[in-house]
Design a protein around this ligand. Structure first.
Ligand SMILES: Nc1ncnc2c1ncn2[C@@H]1O[C@H](COP(=O)(O)OP(=O)(O)OP(=O)(O)O)[C@@H](O)[C@H]1O
Ligand SMILES: Cc1ncc(C[n+]2csc(CCO)c2C)c(N)n1
Length: 261
């Protein structure tokens, strides 16, 4: 491994560990939390609370507003989690959450176009509210949801990660996974055994890539990997640092167990 590796802080972005200087939160960056339309399990409450407290932007994506509202009602924390904005074509947002959050000051922003999904609209909205002079590269985006339920949505969520990976850092958390895109080149992924793994996969969704890995139970040595051919799934994290060299971007996905309150 060399100092030229691209470092991926992964779950350390969610649980910054100040004892490790190089894994501390990038202080010059803004943090945005985007909530998609997937139920927020109660075991996520600790993590939601932590990220909410640190986030500069808290945005629900259309039906994500219903999910936050249900979570708030079930945990008696409705008024503690009032988003800055609810964004989308708003065909999924129900009246009760819309009226509740509106009177609490949430911006309800409707985009009408039917060629971009609500997730894309959410990122577009985010870019319009970043601090003056900041661009997408100045904001880390943590996304809740987007992998469960409908397969077209799930694939679209992954596609949005690939489309954005050169522009911004996006980390996707769903009930059991933490997922992000690893760019072409040499990369180092930090993993925390308290929350990451043991299972993981490297998904070559951008086409056939030449892949080398270290730190996994089953490693590859400059071997072709593709969706139709060899794809590393059901692998196991064997080290706190994973080395990935790839000729095309790939998705890293690992099992994720959020810390409970
Ligand atoms: N069943 C699902 N599985 C995975 N992700 C989902 C699912 N439903 C919604 N999402 C994600 O949450 C976002 C907001 O969802 P929304 O409530 O607007 O559903 P939608 O109207 O079907 O979405 P879109 O308008 O983007 O097609 C979607 O853009 C998508 O990223
Ligand atoms: C080729 C093509 N396929 C599907 C859609 C439908 N669509 C894609 S994003 C979106 C908005 C959802 O909020 C809708 C309706 C389209 N426009 N073009």
């Amino acid at each position: 491994m060399s100092t030229d590796d691209t470092l991926h802080k992964g779950s350390y972005l969610l649980y910054p560990d100040e004892r490790l200087a190089d894994t501390a939160w990038p202080k010059d960056k803004e943090l945005a939390l985007l909530i998609l339309n997937e139920s927020i399990p109660q075991q996520m409450s600790g993590l939601l609370k932590d990220i909410w407290a640190r986030a500069d932007h808290r945005i629900c994506i259309d039906g994500g507003g219903n999910r936050l509202y249900s979570f708030g009602k079930d945990s008696n924390t409705l008024d503690k989690f009032v988003p800055d904005a609810i964004v989308g074509d708003l065909d999924s947002l129900e009246d009760e959450p819309r009226l509740y959050y509106k009177q609490k000051g949430t911006v309800i922003h409707r985009y009408e176009d039917q060629d971009s999904t609500d997730f894309m609209k959410g990122l577009m909205y985010l870019d319009s509210v970043l601090r003056k002079g900041n661009g997408p590269e100045d904001c880390v985006v943590v996304v809740f949801g987007g992998l469960g339920g409908r397969l077209d949505h799930t694939l679209h969520t992954l596609k949005v990660l690939f489309r954005n990976h050169q522009l911004r850092t996006v980390v996707l958390i769903s009930e059991e996974n933490l997922t992000f895109v690893v760019p072409r080149g040499t990369n180092r992924i930090l993993t925390n055994p308290q929350v990451d793994g043991p299972s993981c996969g490297i998904l070559p969704l951008a086409g056939e890539t030449m892949l080398t890995t270290r730190g996994l139970r089953w490693n590859l040595n400059n071997q072709p990997s593709s969706f139709e051919g060899l794809m590393s799934t059901s692998n196991i994290i064997d080290n706190t640092q994973i080395f990935v060299e790839t000729s095309l971007p790939v998705a890293w996905t690992a099992q994720f167990k959020p810390k409970t309150l």
